[in-house]
Structures are given as structure tokens and as C-alpha cells.
Design a protein around this ligand. Structure first.
Ligand code: PBG
Length: 334
């Protein structure tokens, strides 16, 4: 007995498997792409190095010398990666992070070198935060009572922004989570003629345990934690609120960070703002997959690509990932 509209009794009317039957049909049905241009490479450059130094908790990632950084940037550009985000590791730290806005400080020197060498092929980007430069390891300057002083920190961010723009940074990553940081930096840049420098607001940056390996990567001095300025991992609405504020303050791009543990926030932020939304696949996400792959517990390449695709599916336009160059090569190979 056959039913109406061609349905056969006892058989499924609807067969979703039809779109999975072959490579070609699956390709027609695929909703989300992952391409080299969706990737940005974060990179660490340490003052005074002649050779790169491996980071134990991030196998395959190094603290670069200026020379090895240049090579890594060229390789990233050749692989089709669209940007490199620089983090500086200075030799000396102090209470206000003086190395951050010193034109001869490692981050600004490295920025100038890359802007000259690969600035046409890659968007050269700089982390704008004080934690790598302060002796207490906080993202801002401290008030007399030891708390992080929001408005005094904004003055330091403005000085840092101008130094980075003068060095040739094309996009400043405001990762310090101070209130008003996007507006403060935008006004200062515009007043000095740097209207063309993009701002990335780390809007929904959570106080996350997944940053663990990064602390080794930048020789962090941090005592305590960042819970008075980074978001509580339980809060989704607050992440959306921060993203909307950053967009209103003039951010060209907003960030959700970390990525995989916050994909619900990613989706909601993507639906709420009209600027590009980036995700940061952080050091702990990297370390987890590398450790499991080293043990033979996960297929390394498949897991990495699936993690990146999932971040894209959740709404990220672009992903910062330590695998950017390698993943871009895999993707170009097809
Ligand atoms: C702060 C900063 C951090 C990371 C990027 N920028 C550390 C933190 O907020 O504690 C973490 C990146 C990673 O874990 O890969 N400037």
C-alpha cells in the first residue's frame, strides 16, 4: 500500500542521508567554509633572543627572535593566512609597563620590522595590553590599594596605541578589558591622524583557565587573577553587552575569547552586532588537542580542522589560532 505524495508505508518519507551520499553532494550541501583567509596567527617575540625558544606547554609554538618571527610571518603569508597578531615579551618589567610604549621596546620594534617586510601581504596586528610588560602581571596599572585602576590604565593604553600605530601596526587588539578602552584609543588615534588603524575590541573576554599555557609563553609574572576585569565564565548576556558597547565605541571588530568553551556566546554576539566577530582559540585549547594527539588519542589534523570549523559555524568570521599556518596549508591542499 503506497501513501500519498509517493510515500511508501514502512519507509521514511524524508531521507536526510540523501545529501551525504558522496563527496560532491556533501560539498553542495556544506553550510560552513573554513579557508586560509579566515585565520590569523598569534606570535610571541622575545627581547634579546638570537634563536627561538620552545614553549613547553605549547608544543610547536615558540618565543620568536626577530629573525625567526620574520620567517614565520613570511610563511604565514605564503600559506594564505591574512594576519599576524604580535605579543611582546620584554626583558624588563616595571609597575607601569614602560616597555609597552617605548618605541625601542620589543613589541614596537618587531611591529616595525614586520610592517616593512610583510605589511602588504599580512595585516600586522599588535596586542594592546600591559600584562606582558608589568612586574605585577596585571593588564593595567595598580591603585594604592592594589586594585587595577581603570582610568589610569586608559592613559597607558592611549600611549601604547600611539606607539604601536607609529610603529606601523594596522590593527590594535585591545585585550585588557578596561571600561572605555575602545573609545579612549579611537579618539587618541584620530587626533593624531591614525584614522586608518583598525581596533579590535576584546569584548567578551572571560576569566578563563584555558589561558594557562599563555602565561608560560609570555613569562607572566601574575599574582592573583583577573576576575575584577575579565568576565565570569557563567555569564552570556554580559558578553553580548560588552560586544554591543565595543561596537558603539567604534570597534571595527569584536572578539569572543576563549573559543570552544564559549561557542554559545559566539553565536549570540554574531547575531547581535554588525561588525566582524573574531574568536581566539587560546593556548589551553591548543595544548589540549596537542597533548591528546601526542598520546595517539585524537587524530591531530582532523581534530584541529573540526575545532576551527566549529568555531566558524558558531559565527566567527575569523579565528586567531596557533595552528594558522599549518591549517592554512592543509586547507590549500584540500
Ligand atoms: C592578555 C592576554 C591573555 C591572552 C591573550 N592576551 C592572557 C590573559 O588574559 O590572562 C591569552 C591567550 C592564550 O591563552 O592563548 N594580554
Amino acid at each position: 500500500m503506497t501513501g500519498g505524495l509517493g510515500a511508501s508505508a514502512g519507509f521514511p518519507d524524508i531521507r536526510p542521508r540523501r545529501v551525504r551520499q558522496s563527496v560532491a553532494v556533501r560539498s553542495l550541501a556544506r553550510e560552513t567554509d573554513l579557508l586560509p583567509r579566515h585565520l590569523v596567527l598569534p606570535a610571541f617575540v622575545r627581547e634579546g633572543l638570537t634563536d627561538p625558544v620552545p614553549i613547553g606547554s605549547m608544543p610547536g609554538v615558540v618565543q620568536h627572535s626577530l629573525d625567526s618571527l620574520r620567517r614565520a610571518a613570511v610563511e604565514a603569508a605564503e600559506a594564505g593566512v591574512t594576519g599576524i597578531m604580535l605579543f611582546g615579551v620584554p626583558a624588563v618589567h616595571d609597575a607601569v609597563g614602560s616597555g609597552a610604549d617605548d618605541p625601542d621596546g620589543i613589541l614596537n620594534v618587531a611591529t616595525a620590522a614586520l610592517a616593512a617586510e610583510v605589511g602588504d601581504a599580512l595585516v600586522v596586528q599588535t596586542d594592546l595590553c600591559l600584562d606582558e610588560f608589568t612586574d605585577h602581571g596585571h593588564c593595567g596599572v595598580l591603585a594604592a590599594d592594589g586594585s587595577v585602576d581603570n582610568d589610569a590604565t586608559l592613559e597607558r593604553y592611549v600611549a601604547m596605541a600611539l606607539a604601536q600605530a607609529r610603529a606601523g601596526s594596522q590593527l590594535l587588539g585591545l585585550s585588557g578589558m578596561m571600561d572605555g578602552q575602545v573609545a579612549a584609543v579611537r579618539h587618541a588615534l584620530d587626533a593624531e591622524g591614525f584614522q586608518g588603524v583598525l581596533l579590535l575590541g576584546y569584548a567578551a573576554k572571560y576569566a578563563s583557565a584555558f589561558y594557562g599555557p599563555f602565561r608560560e609563553a609570555v613569562d607572566s609574572q601574575l599574582q592573583g587573577d583577573r576576575r575584577t576585569y575579565q568576565l565570569d565564565p557563567g555569564n552570556r548576556r554580559e558578553g553580548v553587552r560588552e560586544a554591543l558597547l565595543d561596537e558603539a565605541e567604534g570597534a571595527d571588530v569584536v572578539m569572543v575569547k576563549p573559543a570552544m568553551a564559549f561557542l554559545d556566546v559566539m553565536r549570540e554576539v554574531r547575531d547581535a552586532v554588525r561588525v566582524p566577530v573574531w574568536a581566539y582559540q587560546v593556548s589551553g585549547e591548543y595544548a589540549m588537542i596537542e597533548a591528546a594527539a601526542q598520546n595517539g588519542w585524537l587524530d591531530r589534523e582532523r581534530t584541529i580542522l573540526e575545532s576551527l570549523l566549529s568555531i566558524r559555524r558558531a559565527g566567527a568570521d575569523t579565528v586567531l589560532t596557533y595552528w594558522a599556518t599549518e591549517a592554512a596549508r592543509w586547507l590549500a591542499r584540500g
